[in-house]
Design a protein around this ligand. Sequence first.
Ligand code: FES
Length: 84
Amino acid sequence: MNTDPLDKLPAILKKDLDKNLCTCMDVPRMDIINAIVNGATTLDAVKKETYAATGARCCEQEVERLIECLTGPEPRRRGRKWRK
Ligand code: FES
């Protein structure tokens, strides 16, 4: 069964997919999501694949959050589960 990887993301992380998540390096959010879905499942792998988070590293946390949501068994947030 094919599932849309975006279904794993909370609504806030699905906004503005075509806009830059990494403004330092001009990398759109969707490019980062695609890299993660296609196997770049660590921050270093995403950096290597997309150059995101290689500028001032200001978007590292957001990239890590995407990795966690897209690769983890279940999204988590300090004891609370994400609502769909
Ligand atoms: S916004 Fe990505 S490194 Fe600064």
